[in-house]
Design a protein around this ligand. Structure first.
Ligand SMILES: [Zn+2]
Length: 410
């Protein structure tokens, strides 16, 4: 049986969404948390965008120095040679890319207005792919935007062209969220059989089925002998009604009757990191977690009605499929209600030293402390909210990379 891996796209699809914003420091923290959670790859953003370049290069430097350990950091760009060249000009150390082009008739006609035929799309994708390889890409995923409205034989032709020209995976994008579990399972089974090529599922939630559709597609891939990769976002944030939610996906693979013990999820994935990453993303995005959110919502383990409470008290397995501890919750949270010293944009050295003392971090000299304080001030300015303990620790541990992450020059 083949494996299922997770590629989180919060830092690309999540943040490109209307009314959703994330600072470059927060994007970096998500990459670190995704790494700790054992996620295979993080789509970190857009290497062709000027305002992303310092953040991306600093994150690649964090990989080089071992601060980000196993996760692959991958950039997204259009599958055109100009974007690939600009990507490597901006970020020479980038190793992993996903390149994207629309493949459906409706998009080819509607977007390119008759300027491009199907053959042009194939040709440009192959040229972009070869350019990426020539410029040093170690892996390239090739994305078909609107794949779910593209004929299967065209997708097979597209995938075989990618396979023959150095692609590593194909991303099947259900861009409009229009697929259902049964038809995607059949379609992906057919594609996997015809191409023998690793397949990524990228599904949107417009019909409330993003997780079901992603899992059914992945099942079609692994049953037909190819590795599957599921694209997720933290708390499901993403375009319109969102993307496939990270925590729900892991839970479904581990505990649903259909998948439990029957599929091989990447064994590095650590579900117990769910609570931490979901809470941080909610804080960083300024979007509350819905009370009924899978695994991490306030009500995910709450019982009140007579029959349920009685049953859960007698044996929690009566009403709970998995435990709070499985998703990393169960510990009480501390809330300061008395005097508190914080450090931030307008803070001084004494308050800063007090905060870091409490974190167990000490500085070798006043000069060093003042340098870190300055970074804290800028980080707070750019985040526009109090810095978390992990952010404060990260700033003290990696001042050079943090300075780069905080530098945005129009
Ligand atoms: Zn998307």
């Amino acid at each position: 049986m083949k494996n299922i891996y997770l590629i989180d796209v919060t830092n690309r699809d999540g943040v490109q969404t209307s009314r959703i914003l994330l600072s470059k420091l927060a994007k970096t923290m998500l990459n670190i948390y995704l790494d700790e959670m054992g996620i295979f790859q993080s789509e970190i953003g857009f290497p062709t965008l000027k305002q992303e370049v310092n953040y991306i290069n600093a994150n690649l430097a964090l990989v080089k120095k071992g601060a980000i350990k196993n996760i692959r950091l991958e950039g997204w760009c259009r599958a055109i040679p100009e974007d690939i060249e600009l990507t490597f000009k901006n970020c020479p150390e980038i190793k992993h890319l996903n390149i994207s082009v629309s493949t459906s008739d409706i998009m080819i006609k509607g977007k390119f207005q008759g300027r491009k035929t199907w053959k042009d799309i194939l040709k440009t994708m192959v040229t972009a792919l070869k350019t990426a390889r020539a410029l040093g890409a170690v892996t390239v995923g090739v994305n078909a935007e609107d794949a779910s409205r593209t004929e299967t034989d065209k997708l097979v032709e597209f995938i075989l062209a990618a396979k023959e020209n150095g692609g590593d995976r194909f991303r099947y994008c259900d861009t409009l969220g229009a697929d259902d579990p049964i038809s995607i399972y059949q379609k992906i089974s057919e594609i996997a059989g015809a191409t023998r090529f690793p397949l990524e599922m990228h599904c949107h939630n417009d019909l409330g089925m993003a997780e079901a559709v992603s899992l059914a597609g992945a099942q079609g891939a692994v049953e037909n002998g190819v590795d599957a990769y599921i694209n997720t976002t933290i708390n499901g944030y993403g375009e319109r009604a969102g993307n496939c939610d990270l925590v729900s996906t892991i839970l479904a693979l581990k505990y649903s009757h259909g998948f439990e013990d029957k599929v091989h999820l990447d064994e590095r994935v650590d579900l117990r990191k769910s609570w931490k990453i979901a809470r941080y993303a909610s804080y960083a995005f300024d979007i509350p977690i819905p009370i009924k959110q899978v695994g991490v919502g306030a009500n995910a383990f709450a019982h009140e009605s007579g029959i349920h409470a009685d049953g859960a008290l007698k044996d929690r397995r009566n009403y709970e499929l998995y435990d709070p501890e499985d998703v990393g919750r169960g510990e009480p949270e501390q809330l300061h209600t008395g005097r508190i010293i914080t450090t931030g944009e307008y803070g001084g050295l004494k308050g800063f030293m007090h905060v870091y003392d409490k974190l167990g971090i000490h500085f070798n000299s006043e000069k060093e402390a003042r340098r870190i304080l300055e970074l804290v001030q800028y980080a707070n300015l750019l985040n526009q909210k109090p810095l978390t303990d992990d952010e404060l620790r990260f700033i003290a541990e990696h001042p050079l990379e943090v300075a780069s992450i905080l530098t945005i020059t129009p």
